[in-house]
Design a protein around this ligand. Sequence first.
Ligand SMILES: [Zn+2]
Length: 346
Amino acid sequence: MAATKSKSKAAAKKAKKAKPASKKAASKPKAAKKAGAKAQPTKAAKAPKAKAPKEVLDFGGFPAGSVTRHEVTLCLSCIYKLFTNQLGLAPRTAYNEIRRYAPTVGELTAREPQRPFFKPSEEKNPRCPYCDAPKRWHARLSVYRVEGGKASDAARRALVKKLPTKDEQFLITEEKKTARQVFFEWLERLGQTLDFEEDAAWMPAAARAYLERREPQSDWAAAFEGARAVRRSQRLEEGWERDGSRLFLAPALYNDVLLVQYLVSRSHRHGGRTFEGRLTLPDLVGRMRRGGHLDAQGITDRDRFDVLEQLVEHLTGGDSPARLHFITDRRDLLDKVKDAYTRHAA
Ligand SMILES: [Zn+2]
């Protein structure tokens, strides 16, 4: 249980497109009511907006696909019992330790969270799966994973500068990885959000997510808007064009989309599915070879596993160094632990 480390500096204020990352901040009934009461009738619509607290975690200016969010619930009752019963801490000390608790990124992003963490529930009155504690003991922890890079570094620095430092509400950490690792983490996260039973939904969604990540400056929203089919273009050398409800992608983009679809779906039932149907590895490699995709990338291997490795190398950036930045939002933990201790002490 490490104490928190926060490196963010003094907060600076700047208005930005509001994109509330936390439900809590989005609805502050008391503040809204107050604002409403003071507002002039003619400006009623504008007043609450001006008075509502601005969400400081605003990723609106970040390149698409560079930020992913994980959320996990921490049971304060479980962690309190752990600290007092197993570690033998006095109640007051346990309370202070929980307030300073700095969960690791691994704990926050685990596919199967371990006690005292559990997956957020959609239920109205969720219970802790370990100790049955009701909702008031549940603290929501969010971690934002920001991929480093030319496009996102400036936005990230500006955001971190604005974050309040009081009580270490936000934790800033980073990890060094390879481009390949970062890509596959992103791909796994993408896979978790897709429903592989619905080809018509997940295939374009996967394609768009990949293209947004690869070329954030292009308007992929416009490209995919109302598109009913995605095809390989016979004439484009880069980018995309629309012909009615058909979206045409330059061959290099289209082929990489196929590879992404293959990779993201291969571990699922009826896996290895793409816009070109279900592909086995020989199918995929054959298609890439005939389409000139291997030549274009200088891939001369004959063995299909070697070819796949080379393709993945090109797709992901391979061993080139990459950096991941994490921003952990501890605000709900600080709120809830205060309530919990007040109740406990009473
Ligand atoms: Zn519990």
